[in-house]
Design a protein around this ligand. Structure first.
Ligand SMILES: [Zn+2]
Length: 120
């Protein structure tokens, strides 16, 4: 499923289900950013990859966001940002932040910017 255009190379960003470390997650990947296992079993970009833009749906797990949805990625690609809901430790105290695309990490959070919750 195509979610939008890559902000870096204008390729299609495609959603697919993958299994990573035994967990089923979604991968939102630019069609020009392909990875494969090389001879030494290292997961690397293929030789024909011209882009690095890939978002794993669990990229924000550290901030207790279990999964980034297709909807959020669509909005991220369309508007250049999306608002994500994050949680403090033990799932308490949720808060909102802007997420923007990041060429290498897929997505990054604007920690210094406040989200006006009334506008959500
Ligand atoms: Zn790309």
């Amino acid at each position: 499923m195509i979610l939008g255009q890559c902000p870096y190379c204008k390729g299609n960003v495609i959603s697919k289900k993958i299994t990573a470390q035994g967990k089923k997650i979604k991968l939102y990947s630019c069609e020009n950013a392909k990875k494969e296992y090389d001879e030494s079993d290292t997961y690397v970009y293929t030789a024909d990859s011209t882009c690095r833009f890939r978002i794993y749906s669990n990229a924000l797990l550290r901030w207790n966001k279990r999964s980034i949805s297709e909807y959020e990625v669509k909005k991220l690609l369309q508007d250049g940002q999306t608002v994500v809901r994050l949680h403090g430790r033990k799932g308490t105290k949720e808060y909102f932040k802007y997420a923007i695309p990041h060429e290498e990490y897929g997505v990054s959070i604007l920690w210094d910017e406040e989200v006006n919750e009334e506008s959500l």
